[in-house]
Design a protein around this ligand. Sequence first.
Ligand code: ATP
Ligand code: MG
Length: 137
Amino acid sequence: IERTLSIIKPDATRRNLTGKINAKFEDAGLRIVAQKRIHLSPAQAGKFYEVHKDRPFYGELVEFMASEPVVVQVLEGENAIAKNREVMGATNPANADAGTIRKEFALSVGENSVHGSDAPETAKEEIAFFFSGLELV
Ligand code: ATP
Ligand code: MG
């Protein structure tokens, strides 16, 4: 059993899509074991996405992620990291498969509704970035 960090991004929380997105996770067999709504500061968003700091879209990405509240959550299941990324769909909604979250809900490659960890090591770091041990059972 594996855990991954998921973020429902501002474009989706703003449009009241949290429930519809969570239904996609649950239908795929992922269990939401922790969840909270927070408003990231630009500094916090910048730190979370530090790995992209040299990419041309970094400033835009940080500004977007700090623009409005997000829902951060821990998803659990068999192969949760890969399964979550499958349910999310490709980064650019234009390339995402039918039925995926990004195909159905994303507005653009930047405002693409969800984030998901990409590997076991990053999942561990990203979960610890947002949740304390006490918040996880
Ligand atoms: P995430 O890390 O959010 O789950 P991802 O792993 O599919 O998405 P990354 O390459 O890690 O994609 O990019 C991180 C985020 O940066 C993307 O989800 C998107 O919001 C933003 N981003 C990526 N490429 C672009 C781009 N060309 N223009 C604008 N924003 C982008
Ligand atoms: Mg990524």
